[in-house]
Design a protein around this ligand. Structure first.
Ligand SMILES: [Ca+2]
Ligand SMILES: [Ca+2]
Ligand SMILES: [Ca+2]
Length: 318
């Protein structure tokens, strides 16, 4: 056993030195659209952070610019400088090959148009263009839509990073200004969603929560102190009152997905934060339901910090 272990160690050397710091992969999807995927591999021992852009972008000195005048590079199936890294297309799925792991990063892809390995990326500029896409993974558990979050004991998805701001990030001052944690459950053909909202200035009939689901119009629910919870027929909704972090909501809706056995939900939860004298800021689990369908199977652990392990039912945390 010891010998085997020793062999394993020697045959799997740390090849992280071969990894590029950032990789931009421009893809053409089966529907003809293009998009660019940006993978940050800055911390080789952690799973990469993968974000996407609408349309194709290239980088000039680390700054993304629209790829309108781009000339496609030949041979887009790139291998890294060593044998520990590569980008591959297999049956419409793009695989990111890392020294110790292979990760699916995109689906329904017709071809890889370009792969660029980048020594540096301007984080602020990249945040404006490349957005985090997170699929909501549903626990197979019931929920009571009663305004009490006590049953939501599983992990929630933190939505509190600049790459989750849709559009202009200028007026966003951080998680206290506008952020959320989202958890989902699927049980007896109902989808339940619990959201903890943080907002420094909750404005009645201005701040709003939006739910986007495939085949449905966007559901917009005004966020207010114990205001009415108006949802479409067949939905249920309850506000959580008397909490210290902002507000919370429980929702449930019919599970109309054709493949409802799937634990992935292509729905998007968005919080539109309206504050006095500022432009509205939208923070979302993903840019669109289409983006979730194309990229959502890729899951990384939450952003660093306690948020990754936040539990939605912690109603008393500051
Ligand atoms: Ca409940
Ligand atoms: Ca705010
Ligand atoms: Ca607000």
């Amino acid at each position: 056993m010891l010998i085997l272990l020793a062999i394993a160690c020697f045959s799997a050397p740390d090849r992280s030195g071969y990894l590029p710091k950032h990789v931009a992969v421009t893809l053409e999807f089966e529907d003809g659209q293009e998009g660019t995927l940006l993978a940050d591999l800055v911390e080789p021992h952690l799973p990469p952070v993968v974000r996407i852009s609408e349309n194709a972008w290239v980088f000039r000195d680390g700054i993304p610019v629209p790829a309108s005048s781009r000339e496609p590079l030949p041979g887009a199936h790139a291998d890294g400088p060593g044998d520990g890294f590569g980008v591959e297309l297999e049956d419409g799925t793009v695989l990111l090959r890392l020294p110790h792991d292979t990760i699916e990063v995109a689906h329904d892809v017709e071809q890889i148009v370009e792969v660029a390995m980048l020594p540096e990326v301007d984080t602020q500029a990249a945040n404006l263009v490349f957005k985090s896409v997170r699929a909501l993974h549903a626990a197979a558990l019931p929920a009571r839509i009663d305004g009490d979050l006590e049953e939501w004991t599983g992990r929630s998805l933190p939505v509190d990073q600049p790459a989750q701001i849709q559009g202009d990030t200028e007026d966003w001052d951080g998680p206290r200004d506008g952020s959320m944690a989202v958890a989902t459950r699927v049980h007896h053909e109902r989808i339940s969603v619990a959201v903890r909202l943080r907002d420094d200035q909750l404005l009645e009939n201005a701040d709003r929560l939006e739910i986007l689901a495939p085949g449905l119009p966007t559901i917009s629910i005004p966020v207010g102190p114990a205001g009415p919870c108006e949802v479409p027929p067949g939905w249920e909704c309850a506000w959580v009152d008397a909490v210290s972090f902002g507000t919370g909501i429980e929702l449930s809706m019919p599970d109309t997905r054709p493949d409802s056995a799937s634990q992935q939900l292509d729905i998007v939860v968005r919080f539109v934060d309206v504050d006095p004298n500022e432009s509205p800021t939208t923070i979302a689990t993903a840019p669109s339901t289409a983006a979730v369908a194309l990229f959502g199977l890729y899951q990384r652990p939450g952003p660093s910090g306690s948020g990754a392990n936040s539990r939605i039912s912690t109603t008393t945390s500051p």
